[in-house]
Design a protein around this ligand. Structure first.
Ligand code: 4AD
Ligand code: MG
Length: 482
């Protein structure tokens, strides 16, 4: 058996007492031909391994270079050096894999995030990305724990689908037909009958519609999986492949939905604060350093830890879309014509508007409800008693400081007739969604759900500013390396 190692995170919590141990990891630095800073990915704190002078062959010492991998056996002793309470005095050092220092792309110095994006295969070996991806892991775990503890059933909804859940039409096609000469119908259109599934299919944009089917049997379900959008948005907030969590609950109205979303976000942030403190403190420090280069008015008002504590301890603000528009119309930014896009009832708020509301006006997360029906998906429940021309739906978006929209959700239209009518108005093909409509035919219930963009949450919690830095191998316009 090879793997009889102690992880460095665990080892660093021990009382040094000449324990004989084996550690394995990658060299961060090697000082004075004697002191190895070894990292195994369990923590950003390196283990100091001491190769006492005269004990090891010169040939071996030469091979201890940045990112070489080592197996070290030795004894745990108190450290006299600064910055650590213990160190390992090596009795044997085995080089598992050499690393040519001349060719290794990362130098032991600070690299820009842009540079590291080009080296995404190695960036986990930097402190920043190691911390980000450990936090990402903890958040994913906390999400499953939250729902499991509440008795939700985790559903795996399909990745390949024939429906466009959001009706936005921004889908990647899935086909086995040849690109150069696809079979055609008499009218020249492509004959999908000959395609693998015998029909036109895509990568899913959302698991919601299938989630609703499950919720109307289990009561409470959630999905957590990859979703795909072919929107050509080259921004720091959009990915073409991102992970989404979509809970769907029978017997919930909009109010219940908002309450769950808020409790959920608080819970997972708190969980990360309790279980990943060291990494979050590292990231907080990183953010403060990075913001030193910005003018005072562009810096965050709160440090990262302070911001997360604030979110855990304060209720989100709740306003209707109509109130949001009124606030924007009354704002100094609007009056001084600082907004690029126009503000009036009916607009799909742009990120500058959302950011004004959360960052300038309320300075905290905001839940905006009851959006105009015309700018929202067909499945949202139509509000009763609206003025003609001002029809709204029971939608809710959660907007977060520095991020914008982090959650989108709604109560669903459970009334068959109203749903069918809405689908017709929005040109959603009812015959293809016969299975979805069946939930409204057989024991329809009030129900609601939401979608949380996982990477946007990771951005918020880690204080990173580009969504491409919180997913291992980002997919975005013209970006699919690795
Ligand atoms: O608002 P969206 O489009 O809502 C839905 O897909 C619903 N089916 C959710 C539901 O009610 N079950 O997307 C939900 C969230 C957004 O609030 C945002 O956080 C994230 O998904 N999101 C993206 N994240 C990264 N890149 C993109 N291109 C994203 N598009 C949406
Ligand atoms: Mg949305």
């Amino acid at each position: 058996m090879f793997n009889k190692r102690v992880k460095i995170k665990e080892l660093l919590s021990w009382q040094p007492n000449n324990q004989e141990i084996t550690v394995m990891g990658w060299v961060r630095t090697f000082r004075n031909n004697q002191f190895i800073a070894l990292n195994d990915g369990s923590t950003n704190t390196n283990l100091q391994v001491v190769a006492a002078l005269g004990v090891f062959e010169e040939e071996l010492l030469k091979r201890i270079t940045t990112s070489a991998s080592l197996k070290v056996t030795g004894v745990v002793i108190p450290s006299l050096g600064k910055g650590q309470t213990l160190e390992v005095k090596a009795t044997s050092i085995e080089i598992l894999g050499d690393s040519d220092a001349e060719k290794y792309p990362l130098q032991p110095k600070k690299h820009s995030l842009e540079f590291l994006r080009e080296k995404a295969h190695l960036r986990f070996r930097t402190n920043t990305f190691a911390a980000v991806f450990r936090v990402r892991h903890t958040l994913a775990y906390a999400i499953h724990k939250f729902f499991n503890d509440k008795g939700f059933v985790y559903m795996h909804t399909p990745i390949i689908t024939a429906s466009d859940a959001e009706g936005a039409g921004e889908m990647f096609k899935v086909t086995t037909l040849p690109f150069d000469n696809p079979p055609r119908n008499e009218d020249g259109s492509i004959n999908f009958k000959e395609d693998f599934f015998g029909r036109n299919t895509n990568l899913t944009v959302s698991g919601q519609l299938e989630g609703e089917l499950a919720a109307t049997a289990f009561g409470d379900i959630y999905t957590f999986g990859p979703t795909f959008r072919a929107e050509n948005s080259n921004t720091t907030r959009h990915l073409a492949e991102f992970w989404m969590i979509e809970p769907e609950m029978a017997f919930y109205d909009l109010e219940d939905n908002m309450q769950l979303a808020e409790e959920f976000i608080r819970y997972i942030i708190k969980y990360a604060m309790e279980h990943n403190r060291e990494d979050l403190e590292f990231l907080a420090q990183r953010l403060t350093e990075e913001e030193k280069a910005l003018p005072q008015d562009k810096r965050s008002e709160m440090g990262l830890i302070e911001k997360l504590e604030f979110v855990i301890n304060n209720q989100f603000e709740k306003i209707t879309y109509t109130q949001a528009i009124d606030i924007l119309l009354q704002s100094p930014a609007y009056k001084k014509k600082k907004f690029q896009y126009d503000v009036k009832w009916g607009i799909d708020m742009q990120s500058e508007h959302e950011r004004y509301l959360v960052e300038k006006h309320f300075k905290k997360p905001v839940i905006v409800t009851n959006y105009p029906a015309a700018i929202k998906a067909f499945y949202m429940r139509q509000d009763d008693g609206c003025e003609p021309g001002k029809e709204t739906v029971a939608a809710m978006d959660i907007l977060a400081p520095g991020i914008g929209e982090i959650v989108g959700g709604s109560q669903r239209e459970e009334r068959l007739q109203k749903l069918e009518q809405r689908m017709q108005e929005m040109h959603v093909p009812a015959e293809e969604l016969w299975w979805y409509l069946d939930t409204r035919r057989f024991g329809s219930v009030p129900h609601a759900g939401f979608g949380l963009g996982f990477e946007r949450l990771v951005l918020f919690v880690t204080g990173m500013t580009n969504i491409r830095d919180v997913i291992a191998f980002p997919r975005a316009p013209k970006t699919a390396e690795f």
